[in-house]
Design a protein around this ligand. Sequence first.
Ligand code: SAH
Length: 352
Amino acid sequence: MTQCPCDGPVELRSLLPEQLAELMLQMGEPAYRAKQIFSWCAKGVTSIDDMNNLPKDLRERLKQNCLLTAPVILRRQQSKKDGTIKYLFGLHDGNAVESVLMHYEHGTSLCISSQVGCRMGCSFCASTIGGLVRNLSAGELLDQVIFASRDSGKRIDSLVLMGIGEPLDNYDNVVHFFRLLNHEQGVRLGLRHVSISTCGLVPGIDRLSKEGLPVTLSISLHAPNNALRSAMMPVNYRYPIEQLMAAARRYAAATGRKIYIEYTMISGKNDSPAQAKELAGLLQGMLCHVNLIPLNPVAGKQDVSSQRAAIERFSGVLKRCGVTSTVRRRLGDDIDAACGQLRRSNMEEQRS
Ligand code: SAH
């Protein structure tokens, strides 16, 4: 079993069929039970009792020794403008995380959280206020996909790890989740339709490039030089831009996949034409595309989004320098859709 006993009870939805087979062996059960359990988990049963093709005695023993995580929807907000749905999922230990379901022309996309809280400390982000509480397990990552899909009645066509948390700070569970997600007897979401977004943990990027998984890498850059980036994102002191860009280039070379550069536009801070030129300089010759994201205002923070005209001007400079970019639509901005905001507002309400 990969899970160490100090991690608490074995979480059934975190296990691959071969790991469940090992568990069945330990419990003196035939191996074929593993496939049955895996299939129930992927179908989204919320109780071990519902696995009705397992003998009652096995169900009892599973209940005693294992945990079947099944989040509850604490809040569900739907945008009147574009149908985006934001879920606040309550976890078995009283914590909560957010997932956001978005409708695009090419299908339904889900944005999931990778941790409860975050310890990266980016100045403009709501997820990091209050720090990291804990990692999500692989099963809890999968739960978000299963239960958002079930509630909305939509098949999830693509997935982004851009919610609360830093996915490469929860590396093992995230990569194990990719294997669960892609499994032929499971949810079967192709990893070509999965993107992982990082604030720039260089060793994690290099490790991921060697996993042989065709996931798309997004890098949250947000600033074109070290002085500004370190002021906005403390992770930059540890892994400065030169190291980060070199890792991005290695990822593109190893996987053949285009890198997405996320750049949140903050008025008067990182949105000048000179900064666009500096950014283009960093990206010369790299297989990449820039997403320009208007800042979502966060309660209690001073920063405001760049005006539309400044964003267009920035994008124009990038274009003239040979760098392609898209201005992200602000989906769900009437429902606190910026990551971490719903969890924060829920915590504040509970406190008052
Ligand atoms: N930790 C990962 C993934 C979570 S954040 C990362 O840093 O990439 C997902 C994206 O939302 C990141 O690009 C992040 O910088 C951005 N973001 C955070 N707060 C934001 C805000 N208030 N407005 C717009 N984008 C924001």
